[in-house]
Ligand binder design. Structure first.
Ligand code: UD1
Length: 419
């Protein structure tokens, strides 16, 4: 394992190019399993989660070829039905193969993903939605096994706009017989990207980006080519880092419309934001003012930006309250941040953050992708040296994090971990 070593404090300035979205890429790769031909994905980030998903697809019988940020997936051969525990345990998003495999093969066997560092993360809504379409599931020996005749289009009302459940049901519905309607569907830009790709491949999906998605099933999808949407979470992380380090950073190749609420919150905290065509300039002078912030499904404030925002508010001029509504265990990294001199008290799904003038560098451990990136951000703001262990988590989701931060003037490097 390696660790990030940061010598702070540093002020970020300059331009940073935003990569394609991790959460979109992973689902488009899975959707390629439904296409009996070649799918070309462009602007694919070079991150380890994409490598893992490529392994999952290869295990299932698809061929995956990578050339820089271009990925060619060919699922025209015979596919196998089983996604094994060794892979699913490394990356939860593998559960998304369930709907596509059921739709294309009529059966699927996928390891139950279990919980992770941010919560218990059940898949009941995925299964209930697919069952309503005619799939039958058994769970045994840690695997969920599904079988079905051709899936039938139905109306599904989700009790919560889950990203993963919306995607699984949506993908299955594309090859089902008849019309499906998903109500209270998730509206995240990555789902809109998935629908855009599927429509290019011959699917009939309407209501994209609204809480009601209507899918008219088709018999087969065709080869298609698609460029991945910019990563709003990566962009948001750099925007928050610019404000936290009182810097001046321009995000290039991003989609400002997908970042509206985080940018508004940064303005409330005192930042100056200039929105352009595919660009956003973020400038900050002095410490941020306090904020009250609540995470919610899109277009609400994204839970994935809660950890970096916590770092920002840990240095605000006063006390802030941050409420986490999406994942129950997403405050686990707070103890690490407190080791860096932050004053944060967690009560249930609320965190009360009393701002301090400056964090102080310390060795800390990264529990997951976003909290890991947030701790690096803490290191950029802190006085002295910070070592963030378990760097592998961060590399799952941030393309060339060290290079991009170094390009903005940060004193950060990757080194073999000491502990
Ligand atoms: C996706 C994203 C993740 C992001 C999250 C919310 C990917 C690979 N990951 O995760 O980065 O933080 O959306 O924007 O795209 N739930 C259930 N039962 C279910 C499904 C979900 O109770 O069947 C709960 C979850 O435990 C969680 C909440 O619903 O508390 C939201 O989860 P969901 O929107 O499904 O997130 P993911 O798709 O897992």
């Amino acid at each position: 394992m390696r660790s990030y070593v940061i010598d702070g404090p540093c002020r970020l300035s300059g331009e940073v190019r935003i990569s394609g979205a991790k959460n979109s890429t992973l689902k488009l790769m899975v959707a390629a399993l439904m296409v009996p031909g070649e799918v070309v994905l462009e602007r694919v980030p070079q991150i380890t989660d994409v490598d893992l998903m490529a392994e999952v697809l290869e295990q299932l019988g698809a061929s995956v070829q990578r050339d820089g940020s271009r990925l060619v997936i060919d699922s025209s051969g015979d596919l196998c039905e089983e996604a094994p525990y060794e892979l699913v345990t490394k990356m939860r998003a593998s559960i998304q193969v369930l709907g596509p495999l059921l739709a294309r093969l009529g059966h699927a066997r996928v390891a139950m993903p279990g919980g992770d560092a941010i919560g218990s993360r059940p898949i009941d809504m995925h299964l209930r939605g697919l069952e309503r379409m005619g799939a039958r599931f058994t769970t045994e020996h840690g695997y969920v096994e599904g079988a079905s005749e051709r899936l039938q289009g139905v109306n599904t009302l989700l009790e919560f706009p889950s990203v993963g459940a919306t995607e699984n049901i949506l993908m299955a519905a594309v090859l089902a017989q008849g019309r499906s309607v998903i109500e209270n569907a998730a509206r995240e830009p990555e789902i809109q990207d998935l629908c855009a790709f599927l429509n290019k491949a011959g699917a009939h999906i309407e209501g994209v980006g609204t809480p009601t998605i209507i899918i008219d099933g088709v018999d087969e999808l065709q080869p298609a080519k698609h460029a991945i949407v910019p990563d709003r979470i990566e962009a948001g992380t750099y925007a928050i880092a610019a404000v936290a380090t009182q810097g001046d950073v321009t995000l290039v190749d991003c989609e400002p419309a997908h970042l509206e609420l985080p940018l508004m919150k940064l303005e409330d905290a005192g930042a100056q934001i200039d929105r352009g065509d595919g660009r956003v300039r973020v400038r900050m002078e002095g410490r941020p003012t306090t904020l009250d912030l609540v995470t919610l499904p899109f277009p609400g404030f994204p839970t994935d930006l809660q950890p970096p925002m916590m770092v920002l508010l840990s240095q605000a001029r006063g006390s802030s309250i941050l409420t986490e509504n999406v994942f129950e265990s997403r405050f686990l990294f707070v103890d690490e941040l407190n080791r860096m001199g932050a004053h944060i008290r967690v009560e249930g799904h609320h965190a009360v953050i009393r701002g301090v003038e400056q964090l102080s560098g310390a060795p800390v451990r990264s529990p997951d992708i976003r909290a890991g990136a947030a701790l690096v951000l803490g290191g950029l703001c802190a006085d002295g040296r910070t070592e963030v262990y378990d760097a592998g988590h961060i590399e799952r989701g941030y393309e060339r994090f060290v290079d991009k931060l170094s390009g903005l003037g940060a004193g950060v490097k990757l080194e073999p971990a000491r502990y």
